[in-house]
Design a protein around this ligand. Structure first.
Ligand code: SF4
Length: 324
């Protein structure tokens, strides 16, 4: 989603005559499009902002803009423009450039938001607090943006923090997959609790829909899934995988896994490893659990020591690497 926002802002600014700076000494504007979903991302961006402030001492006219999650979460001093995710596009106007409703999008890959925000409140996740509650994009806007890219883009991604929270998602998917154009249609990221057999049938029916899916599992242990407030069980997840492979035998399934969530014992982790081995994902994004203040999980007892979280993540990465 951040890549999408960054690309749209870049297109707007290039269209208005800005150019990309090749070095610090040519830079008049720096825009940080931030993510604070994990603590390491937050720390990294803060150190980049500190460097930009040093540059501003040498180039006083330099404008620093910080947009995205981090701006919604905390106050950042010494920058010129601060905008949360919902207002991120306003950065274009704040830089003195009128916002075009439909700027040209020549890229091979196009991203189209269909939902914004999320209200699932998974217990570890900061997204509902920084990106706001679920909002559904009007269908006409989606169609308009789709028509604008379908003849030029090779890959089109429908995006949503919880993409299949879109009302009657299979219907939308089927409609777009029948449009003319030489594109492959993807969607990111679906939530297992909202994933239904209709979506799988649509995926199997229309050749323009990619045979790959990113389906975040997060844990392979029911106790931990419950603590995470994910609202599905391992059996539910396995059923989706089975249906996907039945209807679409060449499907590539990728996932996200959090290691060392509060309360995760060695046995719970071993259960997750077993499920990962059973499913044989094509790839997995594996991370040690990251505390985010304000979330339920951050206040849970039985926090797993950081080195254990890391050790489990490293072990699972190694297992995945061998399987891949
Ligand atoms: S569904 Fe995704 S974005 Fe929403 S709260 Fe859960 S992890 Fe966060």
């Amino acid at each position: 989603m951040n890549v999408n926002t960054a690309e749209k802002i870049t297109q707007q600014l290039l269209h208005a005559g800005h150019t990309l700076a090749e070095s610090d000494d040519e830079t008049d504007v720096i825009i940080f499009n931030t993510c604070c979903v994990r603590n390491t991302a937050e720390q990294k961006i803060l150190s980049h902002i500190a460097l930009a402030k040093q540059l501003k001492q040498r180039r006083p006219h330099l404008k620093i803009a910080v947009i995205g999650c981090l701006s919604a979460k905390r106050k950042i001093n010494g920058v010129d423009i601060l905008l949360g995710t919902q207002d991120a596009m306003q950065v274009v106007e704040k830089l003195g450039t009128p916002l075009q409703k439909l700027p040209p999008v020549p890229a091979d890959t196009a991203y189209i938001d269909i939902t914004y925000g999320c209200e699932n409140f998974c217990s570890y996740c900061i997204v509902p607090f920084v990106r706001g509650r679920l909002r559904i994009r009007p269908l006409e806007e989606i169609r308009q943006e789709f028509n604008q890219v379908k003849d030029t883009a090779k890959d089109i991604y429908l995006l949503g923090q919880n993409v299949n929270a879109y009302p009657d998602f299979p219907k939308l998917l089927a409609e777009l997959a029948q449009q003319t154009g030489d594109f492959t249609l993807h969607f990111l990221s679906p939530h297992p609790k909202d994933f239904d057999i209709e979506t799988i049938k649509v995926m199997a029916t229309y050749p323009k829909i990619a045979h790959d899916i990113h389906l975040p599992m997060q844990s392979g242990c029911d106790k931990i899934l419950k603590l995470m407030n994910r609202k599905y069980t391992v059996a539910d997840y396995l059923k989706i995988v089975k249906d996907l492979r039945t209807y679409i035998p060449d499907i590539h399934i990728t996932t996200d896994i959090i290691c060392g969530f509060p309360g995760e014992t060695e046995d719970d982790f071993a259960t997750t490893v077993k499920v990962v081995e059973e499913i044989k994902f094509s790839a997995a994004y594996i991370f040690p659990y990251s505390n985010r203040s304000g979330t339920v999980a951050d206040k849970m007892e039985n926090q797993v020591p950081f080195r254990t979280r890391k050790a489990r993540a490293t072990k699972l990465v190694e297992i995945m690497r061998k399987m891949s």
